[in-house]
Design a protein around this ligand. Structure first.
Ligand SMILES: [Zn+2]
Length: 84
């Protein structure tokens, strides 16, 4: 089995996460990540990122918050208009 060190691992980890590595390299990395807190944290944070972004885009405001926010923005807009 190929020994994978952290230094060469980070670049490989990206490919590993993307699932584009050959099976033997992938399994070597998998073994390294399993025993390496640094790489495990990297993989975990990288895999969490798309989920965080997806969650952020699907957030919807509660109706009352949206209503008061719109009222606030409308009031601000009117305030600017009154100045003209
Ligand atoms: Zn490592």
């Amino acid at each position: 089995m190929t020994h994978v060190a952290c230094a060469s691992g980070v670049e490989l980890l990206m490919d590993f996460i993307e699932g584009v590595l050959p099976a033997d390299v992938s399994s070597a990395l998998e073994a390294h990540v399993a025993g390496c807190a640094r790489c495990a944290a990297f993989v975990a944070s990288y895999q969490a990122t798309p989920r965080i972004l997806r969650d952020a885009t699907v957030v919807t405001l509660p109706a009352d918050v949206e209503a008061s926010l719109k009222a606030f923005l409308r009031a601000r807009t009117n305030a600017f208009k009154d100045r003209d």
